[in-house]
Design a protein around this ligand. Sequence first.
Ligand code: IPM
Ligand code: MG
Length: 364
Amino acid sequence: MTNQEYRIAVFAGDGVGPEIMNEAIKVLTTLADKKNIRISLKDGLIGGSAYDAFGTPFPDQSLNLALESDAVLLGAVGGPKWEGLDYSVRPERALLGLREKLGLYANLRPVVVFDELVDASPLKKNLVQGIDIMILRELTGDVYFGKPRGVSKDKDGLRTGINTMIYNEEEIRRIAVRAFELARARRKSLLSVDKANVLESTELWRSVVTETGRDYPDIELKHMYVDNCAMQLVRNPSQFDVIVTTNLFGDILSDEAAMLTGSIGMLPSASLGETSALYEPIHGSAPDIAGKNIANPLATILSVALMLRHSFNMPQEASWVEKAVADVLKEGWRTQDIYSAGTKLTGTEEMGTAVVRQLVSRIF
Ligand code: IPM
Ligand code: MG
């Protein structure tokens, strides 16, 4: 057996990014050492910190580093310091640039409610217990990238803003295929979310998803309008398993679904293309708590698990990391965002150390 080396680009980013990344790297390197997995980690700058150093949030050397890697691990980007900047150099542009340049069209956002955290949800316990939803968001099309776009002014000075909601059938088909494959590996049911009663681009979406479904007779396919889905997610979330949807709808629905779990600090994500992949927590850079050792590193640690599963084909190792996280929660350790009476408050670094301890005891 060859001992392949996995090259990982590490973009810690801004705000709490560096702190949470430290803990994720601690978990990853522990696993690599113990299981003799060869990894090479290379740091790069992205977002506000890259803007400060190079005048651009997405320098060429960072793009090249990402292109040369097997996987990218990202912390978070952005902060008030850069909010006044022109759109073209805002930290968020780096994220969009990475998605576009690496062709990361399939964004997996698992929404899992850990039993231990069921009280952290603003919804009633009986509604959220056992929730395990996979949102698959298309990530390189739609109004995010559609042209024409921009703000123009006519001769009378009237300003008009425009963005274009656009999908071609190939873009729809490739995400639909991913969705059916995901559904097949889970509970064999797929919900496609659109606004086909009003928007032609999503009428095409519905047709192409339905056509693709003919190759997956074992999967039960349903469709739902996005407004109804937004309502159902709060009314009865346990009806959902795999949800596939467009870029914009997925952006909105995934934030809504994240709140079912009580803390956005728990949720990892994977963005997959044909040859590249990026893993990041779905939360932002939380500049208000940066540098205080109070941020929750678990979403980033769980992103490492997604990387092991989807980029390195190591499902066993991935589930060790996930179980180590669950064990730490069982022991009662909580960062501030998921703290409740009767549990034990801990810091970012200590939380990472606790996961490492559980992981080591699981491996040996
Ligand atoms: C997300 C974020 C991004 C998006 C922003 C930061 C550009 O909200 O990843 O969901 O809108 O896609
Ligand atoms: Mg979002």
